[in-house]
Design a protein around this ligand. Structure first.
Ligand SMILES: [Fe+2]
Ligand SMILES: [Fe+2]
Length: 178
């Protein structure tokens, strides 16, 4: 159900698209950083490679929508390039399980974010809502695979995931505005 009521501001769909594209871009950078560090052909690398391919598909779709709708990307793209890659590489350097804990944390926030957007959109933009709903299902699957493969066994899991989740929330708020 839409949370929009007459008199409320309509959802800013350009801003939504901008933050979503930034998020998917960041996700591709996180997984690229992890794949650069993880041992080739270990179970975690195979899982990450599969998820990375889906992030690529999500990103391409948002790139296409942005071009069609003439929405500019976030000015913070260069920052997400470096920060995403660094987060991915750093967690993979800690351990394979820490890499999965990173996915667990990131996808938890992305799920929250996409759910919020779907609620805000209501019936306003069925095209965008359908993509978000589909991608959200993929992100939940990523989170669940990370958990099923032992994300919580990472040393310092509660602190690590809390820090990454806070970082994601900050990145989301910044990408909406800048
Ligand atoms: Fe994604
Ligand atoms: Fe994902």
């Amino acid at each position: 159900m839409s949370s929009w009521r007459p008199g409320d501001r309509r959802p800013d769909r350009a801003s939504m698209l901008r933050v979503d594209q930034a998020g998917e871009y960041g996700a591709t950078r996180i997984y690229a950083g992890q794949l650069a560090v993880l041992r080739r052909n270990c179970a975690e690398a195979k899982l990450v490679a599969r998820m990375a391919a889906q992030e690529e598909r999500h990103l391409n779709r948002f790139n296409q929508l942005m071009a069609e709708r003439r929405v500019r990307p976030t000015a913070l793209q260069p920052l997400w390039n470096v920060a995403g890659y660094a987060l991915g590489a750093a967690t993979a350097l800690m351990s394979e399980k820490a890499a999965l804990a990173c996915t667990d944390a990131v996808e938890t926030e992305i799920d929250r974010h996409y759910s919020q957007q779907l609620d805000e959109l209501g019936a306003d933009d069925p095209e965008l809502a359908a993509d978000i709903a589909e991608f959200r299902a993929d992100e939940l699957e990523h989170r669940d695979s990370a958990r099923a493969n032992g994300a919580a066994e990472a040393v310092g899991y509660p602190l690590l995931t809390a820090a990454i989740r806070a970082g994601c929330r900050a990145a989301i708020e910044l990408s909406k505005r800048i």
